[in-house]
Design a protein around this ligand. Sequence first.
Ligand code: PSU
Ligand code: MN
Length: 314
Amino acid sequence: MHNRRRLIHDNLFKIHPSVSEALEENKPVVALESTIITHGMLYPHNLNTAREVEAIVRAQGATPATVGVLQGRVHVGLTQEELEFLSSRIVSLKVSRRDLAYAVTKGLSGGTTVSSTMIAAHNAGISVFVTGGIGGVHRDGAKTMDISADLMELGRTPIAVVSAGVKSILDIGCTLEFLETQGVCVATFGKSKEFPAFFTPRSGFVSPYNVADAQEAAQLIDSASCLGLQSGLLVAVPIPEEYAAHGQETEEAIQAAVAEASAASIRGKDVTPFILQRINEITQGRSLQANIALIKNNAMVGSQIACALSNLQR
Ligand code: PSU
Ligand code: MN
């Protein structure tokens, strides 16, 4: 890269020392997104969950790298103060791929979605990224063209994304078709033949592939890397059974929230946060508990995958 370009690049991306040191020593690192902090949960649940998730990653022997945009700089790995700042309601920008350049130009702060977190994490050299759920093709997506940029990002950025599948606020069948078109390898973690639907392990859609455990997931990621595919992978981790109990209740709340969003003419990037907030209100917080539980579980699984991968690539 040209010198001036390099200087600007290094100034725009800020890699936390704990993250760069771990990467230099080929130690496992797990990237985490921050739209869930800025737009997915209310204070203080967002801050507490973010801290707990980072602690789980550390307990598994990996280094957490929460990604976020602060005053126009893309941070990979946050200090406690930076995490608190993002959790406070001062920050309101939801930063996807298309918003990155604008946020940087204007010196803004915001939470990164799956797409922009993938970009930043891959840029830093991280191979594994944990989130709750990814975006997808919305119901009626063929008509509204509301298709999350997360899906194109999975097709173009080589990083493994660990999620609990996609919520049934989306058209799960169309989302899986779109991922196939984008050339994304999708594998469900464990034995279930079904692709998971976030709040429930059952979506009614067959998962293209399975990985039995963290070791097998790591081998899959390593193969994609050796092939030089340059596309992402999606590892779908079913929510633990004990938290899936309220599945029917949540499903009804989803139906109601989707109808409300449509009636209130909610559009674009506001659709997902609106629906998530309404589901939580309708279920009186029970969907939030399930949400927190599955993110923690994803963090544990994702960290184990990152550890297995770092052993494999040593
Ligand atoms: N799905 C969830 N919870 C979330 C998101 C999606 O169940 O918090 C967030 C993620 O950050 C995801 C983004 O990348 O919303 C997708 O937004 P959109 O649908 O506007 O692309
Ligand atoms: Mn959208």
